[in-house]
Design a protein around this ligand. Structure first.
Ligand SMILES: NC(=O)c1ccc[n+]([C@@H]2O[C@H](COP(=O)([O-])OP(=O)(O)OC[C@H]3O[C@@H](n4cnc5c(N)ncnc54)[C@H](OP(=O)(O)O)[C@@H]3O)[C@@H](O)[C@H]2O)c1
Length: 309
């Protein structure tokens, strides 16, 4: 097959843009959306209802949840109209979990479990899977958010091999290994969703970065774009790894998406960033509620717009 043809293909045949013709749970949301719009509800009202229904998530795991975007994801999840029943929030260092503990202790509807997991440590990942498995049981895991990531800017030629490996180990290998370990639990979630009322699609959301886009990397870009060689290449590798897995697991029913949250005011993004963390995460949730088969294996921004690989 010609390379050009391969590149222009949807990542896998089953997940085409004709989501209406695919007999998956998400189609229920579309039928409902059409129904509401036909019967003269306003677009905004319809979107709000769809968001409410589609965001009924039973269980979710977020890596790197003790600060930044991960912590805000936890905050907003527990404040959903129908929050998850089970939320697994991972951290590395016990001394950094105060904010998470406060949310856990005040959460009324969601059982929040704090799990120590370094995503570069296979024993930690396995032990986390056991904890999750014990609690989710046959219902499986509905949503995995691969959020943990690192950034230490270094450009060429000063970059050290250690810097490259540091980024690849956390930003590429870690999320893939977490997904590998959790995949059977995600499959259980798919298998368990048999009724027409289960609208939220079992999903893997990978936090990527616009900075990983080769299509956007040009000579005329500002010099600062050229810093973060390890970070950008490791996120580009993450995109490819997750796109390949999306193709490999095309019949699994698990939706996999790579998403850039925007430039966000966190320790990583710095105070100079464009977006408050709450703005970024609200947009991510709105997009999450609107994902369909066409997004499988895709690279999108927080508003759902396609980013060139
Ligand atoms: N902020 C932005 O502007 C921006 C832009 C594009 C993409 N992103 C992506 O969004 C995600 C979250 O970014 P952020 O801004 O929230 O970053 P952040 O504030 O620096 O937080 C990073 C989180 O990842 C965790 N982490 C790092 N290495 C880990 C490891 N080996 N195992 C487990 N957890 C680990 C950190 O835990 P510790 O507290 O233990 O270090 C922390 O919880 C990242 O994947 C990032 O690349 C961010």
């Amino acid at each position: 097959m010609a390379l050009r043809q391969l590149h222009s293909m949807s990542p896998c045949s089953k997940y085409t843009t004709q989501s209406h013709s695919v007999p998956l749970n998400i189609s229920t949301g579309y039928k409902l959306k059409n129904f509401l719009e036909v019967f003269c509800f306003s677009h905004i009202f319809t979107e709000a209802i769809i968001f409410y229904i589609k965001m009924e998530i039973e269980s979710v795991l977020i890596t790197g949840a003790n600060r930044g975007i991960g912590l805000e994801i936890v905050k907003q999840l527990v404040n959903l109209p129908k929050p998850p029943r089970l939320l697994f929030a991972t951290y590395r260092d016990k001394s950094t979990v105060q904010a998470l503990e406060e949310i856990r202790d005040s959460s009324k509807q969601t059982q929040i479990l704090l799990i120590q997991m370094d995503i570069t440590n296979s024993k930690d990942i396995e032990s986390a899977r056991k904890t999750v498995e014990d609690l989710v049981g046959a219902k499986g895991l509905d949503l995995l958010i691969n959020n943990a990531g690192v950034l230490k800017t270094e450009g060429f030629p000063e970059i050290a091999g250690e810097n490259m490996l540091y980024h690849f180990s956390t930003n590429t290998v870690g999320p893939v290994m977490v997904l590998k370990e959790m995949f059977p639990l995600l499959q259980r979630s798919v298998a368990h969703k048999t009724t027409e009322t289960d609208v939220f699609r079992t999903t893997v959301l990978n936090l990527s970065s616009l900075g990983a886009s080769m299509g956007k990397m040009r000579v005329e870009n500002p010099d600062k774009w050229l810093q973060g060689l390890g970070y950008r290449t490791s996120k580009a590798a993450l995109n490819m790894a997750m796109r390949m897995i999306a193709c490999t697991m095309k019949d699994s029913g698990v939706l996999m998406v790579n998403l850039c949250p925007g430039w966000v005011k966190t320790d990583m993004g710095s105070n100079a960033a464009d977006l408050e963390v709450s703005e970024s995460v609200s947009a991510i949730f709105k997009t999450l509620s609107q994902l369909n088969d066409s997004h499988h294996g895709a690279f999108i921004d927080r508003n759902g717009k396609t980013i060139p690989f």
